[in-house]
Design a protein around this ligand. Sequence first.
Ligand code: NAD
Length: 331
Amino acid sequence: MTKIIAFNVRTSEEKLVEDWAKTHQVQVDIASEPLSLETVEQVKKYDGLTLAIGKALDPEIYTLLHQYGIKQIAQRSAGYEYFDLDLASKNDLIITNVPSYSPESIAEFAFLTALALVREFPLINQRVNNHDFRWLPDIRGKVLKEMTVGIIGTGHIGQATAQCFKGFGCHVIGYDLYQNDEAKTLLDYRENMADVLADADIISLHMPATRENYHLFDAEAFKQFKTGAYLINTARGSLVETTALLDALDKGQLAGAALDTYEGEGQFIGKTIEDQAIEDPTFERLLAHPKVLYTPHVAYYTDIAVTNIMHNALDAVMEVIQTGDSKSRVN
Ligand code: NAD
């Protein structure tokens, strides 16, 4: 029987693994510790593996996996920026991701946080909690239907997000390095990003964290935004230079930002640190900022997405074992 080892499986995901194993008649064992130099030896007994990493693997792990006869690593997320793809290829390892597990989950969340910002919902909520029920001008909102929304990155999630805003009657414009026909039915493409930044009241980011995209949204970029615009980032933290964003919010260049991702999130995400100090002054500044709506990388976190991520990753493991390749290969 084929044997797969699954790392980084949360207790709440174990049933999904069991269901998949039963349907496919495959043995899937759940590792109790993450994949590391200390734990890598256990993969020797297996035909394939899946994991969900939020930081880079030790480079030696690639060599050891190859030595142990492993042919692939199936990452359980869309992003795969923590992998050394060249090193993986040198060691005949196929890296797969889960490219599109529920674009609507992220799109609806981007839309939700945009609506919350323009209707000053966090402030209204805070006032109600303090039993302050007044109609003060700072909770007076704006109407989405009157707004132009700029989608940067018009792939799976960008299109689903455009659909949400279009449904509310917004004028949706967009920019992508590569325009695509499906997106053209949902938004008006602009030839360069500056034109989108200049015209949009809300900018929603939906591109990957590549080397070229690192800090694409810096002080210079924020100067190109329409004064009083909102930034929504459900893509990747590294796209935004956080201090430049906070400065732009302080100056009133931007009216608000909804951030589901933060460039230094690795040490906090998925953990509770209630009783500890946050040793990251930028993150502290971000959390305390009255114009920032921060959420801890939860845009994807829905029932359907969690199921699809696990099952599609396990499918990719089997695909490589059975065919020697995968349609979700990224290297
Ligand atoms: P996708 O590959 O379908 O689309 C990405 C698009 O971005 C592509 O069309 C690409 O051409 C475009 N692009 C890349 N660089 C660009 C640039 N500099 N300017 C303009 N366009 C650019 O990807 P997707 O599935 O839509 O995912 C988009 C992002 O969402 C990824 O970064 C992914 O990691 C992130 N994501 C976040 C969550 C979450 O929970 N917050 C969940 C899933 C995915």
